[in-house]
Design a protein around this ligand. Structure first.
Ligand code: PSU
Ligand code: MN
Length: 313
């Protein structure tokens, strides 16, 4: 390393893949993708096919995918084929929120990044658009557990546009929307005036702002930049199409059973969300998985169009 390189722990800086680095430098559209959904939110071996499919969706829309993960103590933005395979297949991949990044880098550990860690690393790498399934948020029973996903606080201080199907329906959705308001995170309904419900097209809660095209989202991003001030995320809440949603009549009773079982087993902390998603999948005979995948696909495709509209400005 030359003496002009940054002193200290330069080897802990995020590593952009060559493709992502070139795209960022040339202001071409890039979409950040998280890896926790791959490693901990979807069953093997389908998760690898989904990871590849999502990257393919971004590419076919003319943008560059940047899946984010930590491998052997390196934070990576943009993975090659082998690295993506490892995220999907290695059972030792940890679940890393933003606060876990420094210890993971220092320990040389490997892990998948949640929304909080992905949004942080993607923004550091200069990316503006990020797609996921459903955000974390305030869990039901918050008064007992104080379980609120670190996603919310991180998004409050990170200037990135997150395309999602709302927040996971296993959460207390009205409380999460209230927290987003308090934290100053903007919420745009994409083609809807109802906040989407992750597996369901609508959570029944209203949203204050509706946009109808990627160009409109880019306009909001531009206005946010022009205003200046502390960066906060912009949430583009994109509903799963009604004909691909989970049957709403199935959702509520099955979720109640899953929550009960989670309580009985005393599952807490980072394990709660993967446990509930898995329980819903089992108790709906796989139907929740299909709805989750439909939501993610729609979000990734929309994120690619938003990144393209943003790059064209
Ligand atoms: N969206 C999905 N499936 C997932 C997640 C999002 O469709 O598994 C992940 C994201 O990584 C999100 C995390 O940040 O779930 C939330 O976990 P927690 O509630 O422990 O913060
Ligand atoms: Mn939590």
């Amino acid at each position: 390393m030359s003496h002009t390189a940054p002193l200290g722990a330069a080897h802990h800086a995020p590593v952009l893949s060559a493709e992502v680095r070139a795209a960022v430098a040339a202001h071409r559209p890039v979409v950040a993708l998280e890896s926790t959904i791959i490693a901990h939110g979807l069953p093997r071996p389908r998760n690898l096919r989904v990871a590849e499919e999502l990257e393919g969706l971004v590419r076919s829309a003319g943008a560059v995918p940047a899946t984010v993960a930590v491998l052997d103590g390196r934070a990576r933005v943009g993975l090659d084929k082998d690295q993506l395979e490892r995220v999907a297949q290695d059972p030792a991949m940890r679940k890393l929120g933003h606060r876990d990044l420094a210890p993971a880098l220092a320990a040389g550990a490997s892990g998948a990044t949640t929304v909080s860690a992905t949004a942080f690393l993607a923004a550091r790498a200069g990316l503006r658009v990020f797609a996921t399934g459903g955000l974390g948020g305030v869990h039901r029973g918050w008064t007992e557990t104080q379980d609120e996903s670190a996603d919310l606080r991180l998004l409050a201080g990170t200037g990135i546009t997150v395309v999602c199907a709302g927040v996971k329906s296993i959460l207390d959705v009205p409380a999460t929307l209230q927290r987003l308001e308090t934290l100053g995170v903007g919420v745009l309904g994409y083609g809807t005036d109802r906040f989407p419900g992750f597996y369901l097209s609508s959570s029944g809660e209203p949203v204050d702002w509706t946009v109808r095209s990627p160009e409109e989202v880019a306009e909001v991003m531009g206005a946010q930049d022009a205003l200046g001030g502390p960066g906060a995320a912009l949430i583009v809440a994109n509903p799963v199409p009604e004909d691909e949603q989970l049957d709403p009549a199935l959702h509520d009773p099955v979720l109640a059973e899953a929550l009960e079982s989670c309580r009985e087993l005393g599952i807490a902390g980072q394990a709660v969300t993967p446990y509930l998603l898995d329980q819903l999948m089992r108790r709906t005979g796989g139907a929740s998985l299909e709805a989750n995948l439909a939501a993610v696909r729609g979000n990734v495709a929309l994120a690619a169009r938003i990144a393209t509209a943003w790059a064209a400005r």
